[in-house]
Design a protein around this ligand. Structure first.
Ligand SMILES: Nc1ncnc2c1ncn2[C@@H]1O[C@H](COP(=O)(O)OP(=O)(O)OP(=O)(O)O)[C@@H](O)[C@H]1O
Length: 275
């Protein structure tokens, strides 16, 4: 099927049965004159784990960053189409990006704790937001939710950077949830972790989805098939002038993407034949 028809009709998507919390409609993303993502239509279900997979450069991180306005900081970035949270246009002029990032938190590929104590890493956002509750309780609850409390409860004054990589990443997840977001975006959160730490983060994601919506970019096919309820497969298409743009190929329940995809390209990618 010609590429444009693939984009024009959306036969390759199974709409999630649960309420959508994030939605894109005909979303194009540009960096300067370069089109990075074309025509993305996606509904991200609430309190589920949605994975973005696809070869390098197909725009997975770009799309993830659109959801908490993190691309705003990049000069030349602009979008066409719509990107919304519930039914609120995230790019409406009246929307405060700081408030967006409070509700939609982010965990990055490389753990990036502040060079502060474990306690202060968690308390930081609350203090900035003039949190009125009990800080000790917030720190404990957040660390418990991130499955880190037992490992750090006796050394809350130690520097966050003194923890192992896997612990640092769980600290970053605890820091993200301490400001009580509704959504946690994760950009390859296990890319720099060993298999045991990776497993802990995956287990943690399953616990977190009771309270939060999670969207994760991953290059690890096993991780996507184990952890995600829904999976979106993106690919890149070359243009005549030698540039490439990303587009959504197929979006479905994870088991369908991995066991019974409707697109040949998806099958090739998930079975490791390209990408
Ligand atoms: N800050 C930026 N300025 C200009 N172009 C960018 C910027 N960030 C990303 N791009 C371009 O946008 C396209 C998509 O990149 P993006 O990082 O979103 O892809 P990705 O699928 O997440 O890749 P990877 O799997 O390698 O992380 C690429 O062509 C990339 O070069």
């Amino acid at each position: 099927m010609p590429f444009d028809r693939q984009i024009a009709n959306h036969h390759y998507q199974t709409e999630p049965q649960t309420e959508a919390i994030l939605r894109t409609e005909n979303l194009n993303v540009y960096y300067g004159e370069t089109l990075a993502l074309k025509g993305v239509n996606l509904n991200i279900p609430k309190k589920q784990i949605t994975g973005f997979i696809g070869p390098s450069g197909c725009g997975k991180s770009t799309l993830l960053r659109c959801f908490n306005r993190l691309n705003d900081l990049i000069s030349g970035f602009r979008i066409q189409g719509k990107c919304s949270y519930y039914n609120q246009d995230l790019y409406d002029k009246r929307i405060d990006p700081v408030e967006v990032r409070r509700r939609i938190g982010m965990v990055f590929q490389k753990p990036n704790p502040f060079p502060k104590s474990i306690y202060d890493n968690i308390a930081y956002g609350a203090r900035v937001n003039r949190y009125k509750g009990n800080l000790d309780e917030l720190v404990e609850t957040s660390l418990r939710r991130a499955a880190l409390w037992d490992e750090v409860k006796d050394k809350l004054k130690s520097n966050g950077l003194s923890l192992s990589g896997g612990q640092q990443q769980r600290l970053c997840i605890a820091r993200a949830i301490a400001i009580n977001p509704e959504i946690v975006l994760m950009d390859e959160p296990c890319a720099s972790l060993d298999p045991i730490s990776t497993m802990k983060v995956e287990e943690l994601m399953q616990e977190l989805k009771e309270n939060y919506t999670i969207v994760i970019v991953t290059h690890n096919m096993q991780q996507a098939s184990r952890s995600c309820d829904y999976t979106a497969f993106f690919n890149a298409q070359a243009t005549e002038d030698g540039k490439r743009f990303g587009y959504l190929v197929e979006y479905d329940k994870t088991e369908n993407i991995f066991q019974n995809p409707r697109q040949e390209a998806t099958l090739e990618y998930v079975s490791g034949r390209f990408g």
